[in-house]
Design a binder for this molecule. Structure first.
Ligand code: IPE
Ligand code: IPE
Ligand code: MG
Length: 239
C-alpha cells in the first residue's frame, strides 16, 4: 500500500551558486532567485496535505564563504522575513526557526521573533527556516541544556531518553520528517536534521534549487509514496 503524503518534508535548497554561474550572474543573484522559488513553492504547496516544511537556508558551515556572499544571503533572509510579515499578515503560515540565532544580526533576530510571534497561532503550513543551523551544533546545545538540568537536580540520568533528547532540540514539537529533498545532486546531508532524519526517506534531484517547481515537489512525494519503509522490520509476507 502506498505511503500517505508526508506530514513533514525537509528541503536542502542547494544549487543557487551553480544556477547563477550557468547564467554568468553573481552568486547572490542565485540566492535571490532561490528565495523566489521558495516563496512560490510554499503557496503552490497549500492543499497537498503537507503540514510541516523545514528549509535549510544557511548552515553553521556557510560562514566560511566570502563576506560578500554571506551578507548578501543575510540581506535576502531579512527581506523575505519582512515580506512574510507584511504580505502574510492575513495568511495562515506559521513561521518558526531552527539554528542558533544568536550569531545573526540583532535586527534580523528581532524580525524573526516578530514574525514567529505574529504567526504562532495559525493553523496552515508550519514553515521552519533553518538559519545558522547545523545538526551537530543543535545536538551539542541540547546536551548542554540536559547537563544543566541534571546538575540542577531537575533530571536523573535514567530520565535521558530518546524522547527527552528530541524535546531539547530546536525542532522540539515538530514530528520527524518522513521525506528529505536535496536539489543539485549532492549525495550528502551537510549537517541537516541528523537526529530527526534517522528514518527519513531521501529524494535527490539534479535540478538546481532556483529551477525547482511544485511539479518537482509532487514527483518527490510520489516517489516517497512508492518506497517500502521497513524501519528495520519486514513488511512482506514471509514465504
Ligand atoms: C545553497 O546554494 C544555498 C546556501 C548554501 C546558502 P549554494 O550557494 O550552496 O549553491 P552551489 O552549491 O554553490 O551551487
Ligand atoms: C547545504 O548546502 C546548506 C544549505 C543548503 C543552506 P551547502 O552547499 O552548504 O553544502 P555542501 O558544502 O555542498 O556540503
Ligand atoms: Mg551548495
Amino acid at each position: 500500500m502506498a505511503n500517505a503524503v508526508p506530514k513533514h518534508i525537509g528541503i536542502i535548497m542547494d544549487g543557487n551558486g551553480r544556477w547563477a554561474q550557468k547564467k554568468h550572474l553573481p552568486r547572490v543573484m542565485g540566492h535571490r532567485q532561490g528565495a523566489r522559488t521558495l516563496d512560490k513553492l510554499l503557496n503552490d504547496a497549500k492543499g497537498l496535505g503537507v503540514e510541516h516544511i523545514t528549509v535549510y537556508a544557511f548552515s553553521t558551515e556557510n560562514w566560511k564563504r566570502a563576506e560578500e556572499e554571506v551578507s548578501g544571503i543575510m540581506g535576502i533572509l531579512r527581506e523575505y522575513i519582512n515580506k512574510y510579515f507584511r504580505e502574510y499578515a492575513n495568511s495562515d503560515f506559521r513561521v518558526d526557526s531552527v539554528g542558533d540565532l544568536s550569531a545573526l544580526s540583532e535586527d534580523l533576530q528581532a524580525d524573526i521573533a516578530r514574525l514567529k510571534d505574529v504567526s504562532k497561532d495559525r493553523t496552515g503550513i508550519h514553515l521552519t527556516i533553518a538559519m545558522n543551523y547545523g545538526s551537530r551544533d543543535e545536538i551539542k546545545r541540547a546536551v548542554q541544556k540536559i547537563a544543566c538540568e541534571v546538575k540542577e537536580g531537575k533530571l536523573d540520568i535514567p530520565d535521558i531518553t530518546e524522547e527527552l533528547i528530541s524535546e531539547h532540540l530546536d525542532s522540539a514539537g515538530t514530528p520527524d520528517p518522513e521525506l528529505i529533498i536535496r536539489t543539485s545532486g549532492e549525495l550528502r546531508t551537510s549537517n541537516f536534521l541528523l537526529w530527526q532524519s534517522a528514518y527519513s526517506e531521501y529524494y535527490i534531484t539534479d535540478k538546481l534549487w532556483p529551477d525547482f517547481t511544485i511539479e518537482d515537489l509532487k514527483d518527490a512525494i510520489s516517489v516517497y509514496q512508492s518506497r517500502d519503509r521497513r524501519f528495520g522490520g519486514r513488511n512482506e509476507v514471509v514465504k
